[in-house]
Design a protein around this ligand. Structure first.
Ligand SMILES: [Zn+2]
Ligand SMILES: [Zn+2]
Length: 344
């Protein structure tokens, strides 16, 4: 089969012919229909420090956000059958540790990630364990199926706690930030402020609901404007997706007393914060968010997507073929893109 292959730790990937994966008794084989490019694919492409930090596999097939049709199942597989259309949960739980046994599989102590620790899905075929398969409703378009996984992160962060009637600030308007703005707006947030440095992304954000206010820190006094528009209190909810020190500081600063923050963006360094004024005196609630709750986030993501109330299509700005995977990754890296899709 054809696959986007990372042969070594140097920069780059190549399209290569490799054997179709062989499945074991608890796995399923999928004919991939569409994939989506994630920030971690860019890390793998560049082989950044992050790859060593998470002990990424090498060599490997990259890609983890995908959907496709099941073409074979192992003999122990019972819930999935040939012909099913599935999206993949990329966190592979061990099923045996304390976290797995107590409903926290997505933060399993011994977790592996598809396309990071195992061969990924920018290929004609991919395999995953049965437990990671999410059956999609018939007729789900492949490019929509491919973004359930990142969409689920936005769902996890935004719907972690109350949102209806609450003013909400989204820091960072990359694809997950755009999903988050859309989820917050559709779920009844009173006002949704989206903060980003890129006018391209803010323009996409403005399509995510009828109550979106876009703010660019290079020209707007973000803290002042949000305070003014929230009666001087600050925002009820902050969703931090920038992974930047200044974005995180701004997020905590605009939070009202008693508000809550979901921290999702990954920082590449330690973050100095004014905990006394912005967390302790505020009695702020801080949630660390990683991946999707298995499978609460998936049920919510599925019903939101299938409701037809979202503007997901506006976020899928580019589409490439498997042969053009490198171009797809570089387009995502360039920043003038929402979610980049690879059709296979
Ligand atoms: Zn991802
Ligand atoms: Zn586990």
């Amino acid at each position: 089969m054809k696959a986007a292959y990372k042969p070594n730790r140097n920069k780059g990937i190549e399209i290569r012919e490799i054997p179709v994966p062989e499945i074991s008794s608890n796995e399923i084989l999928i004919k991939v229909k569409a994939g989506a490019v994630c920030g971690s694919d860019i890390h793998l492409y560049n082989w950044s420090d992050w790859c060593e930090n998470v002990d990424a596999k090498n060599p490997m097939v990259i890609g983890h956000e995908f959907c496709g049709e099941v073409v074979a199942v192992g003999e122990q597989v019972s819930s999935i059958k040939k012909g099913d259309l599935i999206a993949a949960e990329t966190h592979i739980p061990c099923g045996e540790c304390r976290l797995c046994k107590t409903g926290k599989q997505h933060i399993c102590q011994d977790m592996k990630i598809v396309g990071v620790h195992t061969d990924g899905a920018f290929a004609e075929y991919a395999k995953i364990p049965e437990v990671c398969a999410w059956k999609l409703p018939e007729g789900t378009p492949p490019e929509i199926g491919a973004v359930y996984e990142p969409f689920g992160i936005a769902v996890h962060g935004v719907l972690k706690d109350k949102i209806a009637g609450f003013s909400t600030v989204i820091i960072g308007a990359g694809p997950i930030g755009l999903f988050a703005a859309n989820v917050a707006s559709v779920s009844g947030a009173s006002q949704v402020f989206v903060v980003d440095l890129s006018e391209y992304r803010l323009n996409l954000a403005s399509k995510m609901g009828d109550n979106i206010v876009t703010l660019n820190p290079t020209q707007d006094d973000v803290v002042k404007i949000i305070k003014e528009k929230t009666g001087g209190f600050g925002a009820d909810v902050v969703i931090e997706l920038s992974g930047s020190v200044s974005g995180t500081k701004t997020g905590l600063e605009v939070l009202r007393k008693g508000g809550r923050v979901s921290l999702i963006g990954l920082h590449s360094q330690e973050v100095p914060l004014d905990l006394v004024n912005n967390v302790i005196y505020k009695e702020a609630t801080i949630y660390g968010i990683t991946g999707r709750e298995m499978f609460d986030s998936w049920y919510l993501a599925d019903s939101l997507i299938q409701s037809g109330k979202l503007n997901i299509r506006d976020i899928l700005t580019h589409e490439f073929s498997l042969d053009e995977t490198e171009k797809a990754i570089l387009t995502a890296k360039g920043g003038k893109a929402g979610k980049v899709i690879i059709k296979i």
